[in-house]
Design a protein around this ligand. Structure first.
Ligand SMILES: *Cc1c(COP(=O)(O)O)cnc(C)c1O
Length: 408
């Protein structure tokens, strides 16, 4: 880091990413046919840990893969363009991305995080608070008074997740950004649940965007990775320098696979959310379903906001089964296409039971406060035929025949 590197020529930059490209073109085409060595159409994976110097004190653009790597670089440039940021830092997981943002904080700083934030994020925030790295306040950011109270304490960072996991609650990003900026707080948005195809937090005023690229961006459930995109070049520089200091940068092969997955982000998520809307409507009409949480439903409390703030409603759906935990177990056991597993955003459909899986670490009391009941199931809707997925859910409900079900 810090050595002189040859700057890209204007022509080279233009070849990499013309300014007028639509986001889906950036996803499909950024970095294609830019290989100077052999004219490879797909950007090659550079696994080399180190790079030759051109000569004494003459570093090339890359010198060592922890600090920078061409395969990671083309993914970072593509993500930055999709999110409308000045640059991106690609790291080894979504949690590493959250932690990289937290590395900007000092012991007397306060972080305001959603009360129903991703459980790994909650665990990380609580652990760093316990070690005295900073203070944390968990608040319901959809509650105006609670948010105002938190902002009075002048947090250094406000962390937003919208839609939230697993209840798909939607908060007004630009309104929270305006209020946070008014007291001098910076704002980071975890955009994992929608991806830049459906929501662009920097356009809504956010300073930083966090991704678990494990989810929709890679989309094939075969890489764990993360990224931070910053609106300001100075933040990109600080974050990249810190990622190099701690060595949290992502592996080149992971970056290569993630870019390969990212090529089809737009068609994937568009098809997945179409199916998700059908499944949400099917579930809402089913007598053995107490409530469906999907921002695309008119009954969802965040429907209007999601419609204004997002370019689509996404492909995550959660619902409360009418019945008890035994019914949930029977339902899940009868499914064939929906695989019982954590994670989301892949081409295959998954079902998760937050109370015993993703959110078990929260404890029953925090789960109750966040509204995550024992009969809640979360679906990540994949690319299978819609009719097959409906049939699969019907099979799950058929397994409940004869059980009480409880009142709707
Ligand atoms: C999965 C996830 C993370 C953590 O990402 P990993 O890649 O699993 O480390 C963070 N935030 C959200 C919203 C997630 O869904």
């Amino acid at each position: 880091m810090g050595r002189r590197r040859p700057a890209r020529t204007a022509r080279e930059k233009d070849r990499i990413m013309p300014q007028h490209w639509a986001p889906r073109t950036v996803a499909a085409a950024n970095g294609i046919a830019t290989d100077p060595a052999f004219g490879a159409v797909a950007p090659p994976v550079y696994l080399s840990s180190t790079f030759t110097f051109e000569g004494f004190d003459r570093a090339r653009r890359y010198d060592y893969s922890r600090s920078g790597n061409p395969s990671r670089g083309v993914l970072a440039d593509t993500l930055a363009a999709l999110e409308g940021g000045a640059g991106a830092v690609v790291v080894s997981s979504g949690m590493a991305a959250v932690d990289l943002v937290l590395s900007l904080l000092r012991p007397d700083d306060l972080v305001v995080a959603p009360h129903d934030c991703y459980s790994g994020t909650r665990r990380l925030l609580a652990a760093r608070r316990e070690r005295g790295h900073f203070d944390v306040g968990f608040v319901d950011q959809g509650d105006d008074a609670a948010l105002a109270g938190a902002l009075e304490r002048v947090p250094a960072l406000v962390l937003i997740e919208s839609p939230s996991n697993p209840l798909l609650r939607v908060v007004d990003i630009s309104a929270i950004v305006a209020r946070a900026h008014a007291v001098g707080s910076r704002v980071a948005v975890d955009n994992t649940f929608l991806s830049p195809a459906l929501q662009q937090p920097i356009a809504l005023g956010a300073d930083l965007v966090i991704h678990s690229t494990t989810k929709y961006l890679n989309g094939h459930s075969d890489v764990v990775g993360g990224a931070v995109i910053a609106a300001a070049a100075a933040d990109v520089e600080t974050l990249a320098a810190w990622a190099n200091v701690t060595g949290v940068t992502g592996a080149p092969f992971d970056a290569y696979l993630t870019l390969r997955g990212l090529r089809t982000l737009f068609p994937r998520i568009e098809a997945q959310q179409r199916t998700a809307a059908t499944l949400a409507a099917f579930l809402e009409a089913h007598p053995r379903v107490r409530a469906v949480h999907y921002p695309g439903l008119a009954s969802h409390p965040g429907h209007a906001l999601a419609k204004a703030q997002q370019a689509g409603f996404g492909a995550m759906v959660s619902f409360d089964l009418a019945g008890d935990v035994d019914d949930v177990a029977r339902f899940v056991a009868a499914l064939r296409l929906f695989t019982l597993a954590e994670s989301l955003g892949g081409v295959e459909s998954l079902v998760a039971h937050p109370a015993t899986m993703t959110h078990v670490g929260m404890g029953p009391e925090a789960r109750r406060l966040a509204g995550i009941g024992d009969t809640l199931l979360r679906l990540s809707v994949g690319l299978e035929a819609e009719a097959d997925l409906v049939r699969d859910l019907e099979q799950g409900f058929a397994a409940l025949a004869g059980t009480a079900g409880g009142a709707r």
